[in-house]
Design a protein around this ligand. Sequence first.
Ligand code: SAH
Length: 395
Amino acid sequence: MIMPQLVLKAGKERALLKQHPWIFSGAIKQLPQAENGDIVQVLDNHNHLLGYGFFSPQSQITCRMIAFTRTPFQANEWQNFWQQKVEKAFQLRQRYIITSLTNAYRLLHAEGDFLPGVIVDVYNNIAVMQLLIKGTERICTQLVQAIQNIGIPYIYLKTKENSTFLENVNLPKGWLTQAPESSLVHIKEHGFEFEVDIEKGQKTGFFLDQRENRLLLQSYTQNQKVLNAFSYTGGFSVYALAGGATEVHSVDISKEATQLCEKNIQLNFAHHVPHQTFIADCFDFLRQTQEQYNVIILDPPAFAKSAKNVPNASRGYKDLNLLAFRKIAPKGIVFTFSCSGNIDRDLFRKIIFAAAADAGREIRILHQLTQPIDHPINIYHPEGEYLKGLVLYVE
Ligand code: SAH
């Protein structure tokens, strides 16, 4: 099979030789005769093969590498290639995550698992797939096969509202396999139970990336009054209550989210627990509340969805943290996060610094947090580090 070929300018192979998986438009000498989403061969300036990638002619990132290889693949090698990717990813999770206490994890984390554009989260025996770039839909059947081969029977394709590239594609929407009896699944995370709504939940249904940070929070909540801002399914609230909080308030702007949160509290605690939900904007809530919290969690959605939003988003993070620093009781703890890929660790820390300086309180960093191992960061692709968190001690 002759594949279309993309040729790089002299010297532009350097990043690729270091396995950086993105090729920017400026690096290309000759474009392939290919359609959006085709898998193309990538060659250096001397026409030596460097690997294969998904071609995206309209994007700044014109090609995303899926394989680095000097030898061309035979047509019959591809199915095994996809299978290997899934198996390798699964082995890592099997080794460090899946236990009798935790059965929900991210199986495929795009570039972090050497598979750009593909996210797969597993909730017990259901995998939820998100396809983020054109081309991935063509390997969907192979991925479904590979995921079933590792023992996960049900697979659901979750389409983002803005992924128009899936509109005219010959793929079933929703269930890619037989559907399970219910699209509500109960998962376990560190022994706690959560209900995930596969079809209606935000993103793939649950924010698995905060698993270890929730566990850390638990150790800070004994006898504390806790505010969980942007609470969604109430993950942090469950851990706070388990840690012995005297009171937990969960705030989210979405009514459905607060209902999910309440349900999860009931699932985990047989008796009445000191917990209350509020449907509110967290900025307004923090401005207006008369409560004195000892622990505040700030886990907002990504404010910077693109690079051009960074200035506005930075202001948003600063205002939010400033409100928390002003409100929190003396000797309080703030867990603050940003999941905007466009705001890196250094910038986030500067933003928090600015908020701290405005609040004029003595503030120290106790922990610097990130995403867990089922959201691995390819060392050659630092852009994959999206979740940043700080645990702060506010005198
Ligand atoms: N902390 C959660 C994940 C938060 S996701 C967890 O551990 O699972 C972000 C949440 O913020 C969503 O549920 C969304 O409904 C909510 N949200 C977005 N903007 C908001 C705002 N201005 N005020 C309150 N909630 C908001």
